[in-house]
Design a protein around this ligand. Structure first.
Ligand SMILES: Cc1cc2nc3c(=O)[nH]c(=O)nc-3n(C[C@H](O)[C@H](O)[C@H](O)COP(=O)(O)OP(=O)(O)OC[C@H]3O[C@@H](n4cnc5c(N)ncnc54)[C@H](O)[C@@H]3O)c2cc1C
Length: 442
């Protein structure tokens, strides 16, 4: 019987399964092959994939693999005619998912090439019924099914993707452009072209979007010259979403199932992989006897933060193009409504304070006293290994506080203690001056 069932074998599900299996857990990974499509990868997403072992390391830079091509030039026109120029890597999504799944299997996860139909909890176990009729049971369940399930949703967006064959060019690159009612990303590699359009589902049939987009974006029109559709079009939900935290540390969410970003961010894979690593650490922490609720809260806080950041960025992206029409204004407004109310400007600054929060300590999630400031609402536990709350307490309570005394009390190197003192002073947590090795007074 497995210890953990992971439902969904996309990038996030496979990475969390691989990490937990490598740490000794018996993992069942449930999921089918995904449909082929292309996406763009930033340098930091690619670095994470190299770290996960899914891509060759720096020796592979600029090289083609069957998963990745790049770096390729990205060109486009954005708000006010601003030219977008940069680089990215092209990734074939189904091959990436297969490679990550293979890593999970080689770490010991058992792959069930199936769909999970239901998951129910009884007798301290999750019971997952698969489409084949097989039933899996495990104490822990990880939902990695992507953008589905109960959720706090961003604006309703749909993506329509189509692959084309074109005359061979031997070149690769990507383009991005906007229309009055959608935005469009396209990528070409030799004789293949992938076009993806994101808009509101009610704005006509997605198949008509392509002609409308080509009519408004000359570079796309040019890319489509002599292009012949190859394969079925792929429709994908593209709404941002925040999974509903269940407050139940036997049931976790990871990747898009936890936090899905607007695809315009271009950082979905990065966040999915980072989130998978975080959940693997939390689950491993509780398997080793750590406090389950503490680990759960640690993950939930970070997922919420990633969601807020993504929503703010998306609101800004769409607002920039507000003059292009209702699609842009409505989408920006829908994102803006998800942002927390701004605090009134006149509100007095909150003084730095000590709070008990879950933090990461050598791969385990434990509660520690942290310093919470307006700039660091999540709290900072240590600087260079010096616990900040203990340092502040030392200066608040020692009769005759000195740097040397702090070094002795905390048993940390002097240089690290001095850096930590500077941090406390800079943030207004420690108001007094502490001259080097001189008593600061009691
Ligand atoms: C249109 C669009 C364009 C995007 N472009 C980019 C981009 O250019 N760059 C980027 O970094 N990110 C991009 N993203 C985001 C990126 O695709 C996701 O963030 C990433 O795929 C999340 O990985 P995941 O494993 O959480 O989810 P997914 O990749 O969605 O994987 C979930 C898996 O679970 C499976 N599944 C679902 N239900 C079940 C079930 N009941 N049982 C078993 N399996 C199930 C699905 O079939 C799928 O294989 C884009 C997203 C969209 C929608």
């Amino acid at each position: 019987m497995p210890d953990i069932i992971v439902c969904g074998a996309g990038p996030a599900g496979s990475v969390v399964a691989q990490r937990l299996a490598a740490a000794g857990a018996r993992v069942a990974l449930v999921g089918m092959d995904s449909r082929p499509s292309w996406e763009g990868l930033s340098a930091r997403s690619r670095a994470l994939l190299i770290e996960a072992g899914a891509l060759p390391g720096e020796a592979g830079f600029g090289r083609e693999t069957d998963i990745l091509v790049g770096p390729v030039a990205r060109r486009g026109i954005w708000a006010g005619g601003r030219v977008v120029a940069g680089t990215e890597w092209l990734v074939e999504r189904s091959r990436l998912a297969t490679a990550l799944r293979a890593l999970a299997i080689s770490a010991g996860a058992v792959h069930e090439p199936d769909l999970a139909l239901t998951a129910t909890r009884s007798a301290d176990h999750w019971w997952v019924r698969l489409r084949s009729g097989k039933v899996l049971a495990a104490p822990l369940l990880i939902d990695a099914r992507g953008r589905r399930g109960p959720q706090r949703r961003g604006p309703c967006l749909l993506s329509f993707g189509q692959r084309f064959r074109t005359p061979a060019t031997g070149r690769a690159g990507t383009g991005i452009g906007v229309t009055d009612s959608s935005w469009c990303w396209w990528a070409w590699h030799d004789d293949l072209l992938w076009v993806q359009i994101v808009g509101q589902p009610r704005a006509g049939h997605p198949a008509s979007w392509l002609a409308a987009a080509a009519a408004q974006i000359p570079a796309l029109q040019e890319a489509l010259t002599f292009a012949v559709a190859a394969g079925e079009p792929v429709a994908r939900p593209a709404h941002a979403r925040l999974g509903l935290g269940h407050g139940d540390p036997t049931r976790w969410q990871v990747g898009d199932a936890a936090v899905a970003h607007d695809p315009l961010s271009g950082q979905g894979i990065y966040e999915a992989l980072r989130g998978a690593q975080l959940v693997a650490t939390a689950v491993q922490s509780l398997r080793e006897g750590g406090d389950a609720l503490c680990a759960y809260r640690f993950v939930a806080d970070r997922q919420d933060e990633v969601w807020q950041r993504g929503v703010a960025r998306a609101a800004e992206f769409y607002r920039e193009l507000g003059e292009r029409g209702a699609f842009w204004r409505d989408t920006a407004a829908a994102y803006a409504r998800l942002l927390p109310e701004q605090a009134p400007l006149a509100q007095p600054a909150v003084a730095p304070r000590i709070e008990r929060r879950p933090v990461l300590v050598e791969g385990r999630i434990l509660e520690r006293d942290v310093i919470v400031t307006a700039q660091h609402p999540r709290g900072v536990w240590h600087i260079g290994g010096v616990p900040l709350a203990s340092l502040k307490n030392y200066f608040d309570t020692a009769e005759s506080a000195t740097i040397a005394g702090a070094v002795a009390a905390l048993d940390r190197p002097q240089a690290a203690v001095v850096s930590a003192i500077h941090w406390l002073q800079k943030t207004g947590t420690l108001l007094r001056q502490v001259p080097p090795n001189v008593s600061s007074g009691g």
